[in-house]
Design a protein around this ligand. Structure first.
Ligand code: BG6
Length: 463
C-alpha cells in the first residue's frame, strides 16, 4: 500500500518570469527579471532594456500564449496541482499604483479556470524573483518600508479576485536567498550592506505576516505558506569546529523559517546582528504581527547537499549552498551533487523543528537533452533522479513527516534562474528553443513524461 496520502498533491512548478514571456503585453510592466541577461540569480542587470540585446525572460517559452496546450499535457500526466507565480507587474505594472491592470488579472483567471477544468489545483507564489522594476529603481526595493504597503495591496487584490479558485498560496520564493542573491529575492543591490539586507528581510517578514492575515480573512479555507531553499549542508569532519560552523551556516537559512513558521526572531538573532553590526528599525506592532500570523506550512526546494568546513569558502546559488565536494555523491551535468538521503534528512529535520505540514515545491534534475536518431528524448538520468528522491520522500513520510505534496521543478523546459539558459532543462516536456532564443517553441514529450505519469497514477508506488 502507498505511504502517500490519497489527497497527496503531485504536480509541477514553474515561475512566471521563467516561462510566460509576453514581458510587455497587455499592460504588464517590466520586472527585475526583465533587465537581466545572465540569470536573475547573478544580480547583474542592465540599467535600461536595450532592444538590440537578448533577454531570456522576454519570450521565455511563451507560456502566456501556450498555457492551454501546456496545461493539457500536465493533465495528461495526472497532475493534482500546479505551482506557478503571479507576475506582480502584470497586476500592478509599476507596483505602486492603487488600481490594478484588468488584463493581467484576466490572464490568471483564464489560467486558473483552465487548471480547474482539468481538476488541477493552482498553487500560487506571490513573488518569485520578479518584483516590479519601478520598485527597485525608484524605491530601492525591499529595504524601503513602503514596499510592505504595495505588496499588501497586491495580495489583497489577488486574494479577492481569485477567492474560490486558489486555495494554496506562498509568499516569497526562497526568501533565505537574500543572504547571497538579494537582487533576485528582494530587489536590493547585490553589493548592499548587511544592514540594508537585514532591514529588507525584516520588511519582508512583516509583509509575509500581513499576507497571511489578509489571506485568512479573505479566503477562510486557504493555506498560505512561506518558501525557502533548504538543500542541506553537512560538516566535512567530526571536528566540533566544523560541526558548530555547519550549524551556524544552516541557521543562515533556518533563520527565515524560524521567524515565519514560529512567529518570532530566534534567540540567536541578537548576537548575529551584533556581529554583523546590524540594527533593525522596527515599527510598533511588527513583532506582534509576526507572532499573530505565522505561516500555515513550509514550502521548500531541495536539489542537493554540500560539505562545509569551518573557515571554508562557500557560496549560495539557486541550488542552495555550495562548498566542498562530497566523495560519496555523484553529480548532475551542472555539478550539483545528487543526494536523495539528504532529502530524507531535511524532511525529518524540518518536521521535527516546526511540527507543521511541509510542501516540497521544488525538486528536479537540470540536464542537457538532445533528441536521439529517432527524434526521441531519452532522459534516463532525470528519471533516476526523480525515482531516488521520491523513494526518499516516501521514507520520510514513513518516518512520520507530514508532507502535503511534491511539485517537480520545471515539468516543462523553462529558462534557468541561475544562468539564464535554455540548455539547462528540467522538463518532462521538451521545448524547442535554444540559448540564443531560436526555435519553434514546439512541445515534445520526453521519456520521463510517461514515467511521471505512472508515478502519479500509482500514488508513488510504481517508480
Ligand atoms: C530555485 C528557484 O532556486 O531553483 C527557481 O526557485 C530555479 O527559480 C531553480 O529555476 C533551479 O535553478 P536553476 O538555476 O537551475 O534554474
Amino acid at each position: 500500500m502507498s505511504v502517500f496520502p490519497n489527497d497527496f498533491l503531485w504536480g509541477g512548478a514553474i515561475a512566471a518570469n521563467q516561462a510566460e514571456g509576453a514581458w510587455n503585453e497587455d499592460g504588464k510592466g517590466p520586472s527585475i527579471a526583465d533587465v537581466v541577461r545572465g540569470g536573475i540569480a547573478s544580480g547583474k542587470h542592465d540599467a535600461v532594456i536595450d532592444p538590440n540585446l537578448y533577454y531570456a525572460s522576454h519570450e521565455a517559452v511563451d507560456f502566456y500564449h501556450h498555457y492551454k496546450e501546456d496545461v493539457a499535457l500536465f493533465a495528461e500526466m495526472g497532475f493534482k496541482c500546479f505551482r506557478t507565480s503571479i507576475a506582480w507587474s502584470r497586476i500592478f505594472p509599476r507596483g505602486d499604483e492603487t488600481t490594478p491592470n484588468e488584463a493581467g488579472l484576466a490572464f490568471y483567471d483564464n489560467l486558473f479556470d483552465e487548471l480547474l477544468k482539468h481538476g488541477i489545483e493552482p498553487v500560487i507564489t506571490l513573488s518569485h524573483y520578479e518584483t516590479p522594476l519601478a520598485l527597485y529603481q525608484e524605491y530601492g526595493g525591499w529595504k524601503n518600508r513602503q514596499l510592505i504597503e504595495f505588496f499588501s495591496r497586491y495580495c489583497e487584490t489577488v486574494f479577492r479576485r481569485y477567492n474560490g479558485k486558489v486555495k494554496y498560496w506562498m509568499t516569497f520564493n526562497e526568501l533565505n536567498n537574500m543572504n547571497r542573491m538579494p537582487f533576485a529575492t528582494g530587489a536590493v543591490d547585490a553589493n548592499a550592506s548587511a544592514q540594508e539586507i537585514w532591514q529588507a528581510n525584516h520588511h519582508q517578514f512583516v509583509a509575509n505576516a500581513l499576507a497571511n492575515k489578509l489571506c485568512h480573512e479573505i479566503i477562510p479555507d486557504a493555506l498560505i505558506g512561506c518558501m525557502l531553499s533548504l538543500s542541506t549542508v553537512y560538516p566535512a569532519t567530526c571536528n566540533p569546529e566544523d560541526i558548530f560552523s555547519t550549524m551556524q551556516l544552516r541557521r543562515r537559512s533556518l533563520f527565515f523559517s524560524d521567524v515565519m513558521m514560529l512567529g518570532q526572531y530566534p534567540a540567536y538573532a541578537p548576537r548575529l546582528f551584533r556581529e554583523l553590526d546590524v540594527e533593525l528599525e522596527m515599527a510598533d506592532g511588527d513583532l506582534q504581527l509576526l507572532g499573530d500570523y505565522p505561516s500555515d506550512y513550509l514550502g521548500f526546494s531541495y536539489y542537493r547537499s554540500v560539505l562545509h568546513q569551518a573557515g571554508g569558502q562557500f557560496r549560495i546559488d539557486t541550488g542552495g549552498t555550495a562548498g566542498l565536494d562530497n566523495p560519496y555523491l555523484d553529480k548532475t551535468e551542472w555539478g550539483w551533487p545528487i543526494d536523495p538521503q539528504g532529502f530524507r534528512i531535511v524532511c525529518n529535520e524540518l518536521a521535527d523543528r516546526y511540527r507543521k505540514p511541509l510542501f516540497i515545491v521544488e525538486n528536479g534534475y537540470g540536464g542537457v537533452d538532445e533528441a536521439d536518431a529517432n527524434g526521441e528524448f531519452n532522459d534516463q538520468p532525470r528519471i533516476d533522479y526523480g525515482r531516488r528522491h521520491i523513494q526518499a520522500m516516501a521514507e520520510a513520510i514513513d518516518d512520520g513527516c507530514d508532507i502535503m505534496g511534491y511539485t517537480w521543478w520545471g515539468p516543462i523546459d523553462i529558462v534557468s534562474a541561475g544562468t539564464g539558459e535554455m540548455k539547462k532543462r528540467y522538463g518532462f516536456i521538451y521545448v524547442d528553443k535554444d540559448n540564443d532564443g531560436k526555435g519553434t517553441l514546439k512541445r515534445s514529450k520526453k521519456r520521463s513524461f510517461a514515467w511521471y505519469q505512472q508515478v502519479i497514477a500509482s500514488n508513488g508506488e510504481v517508480l
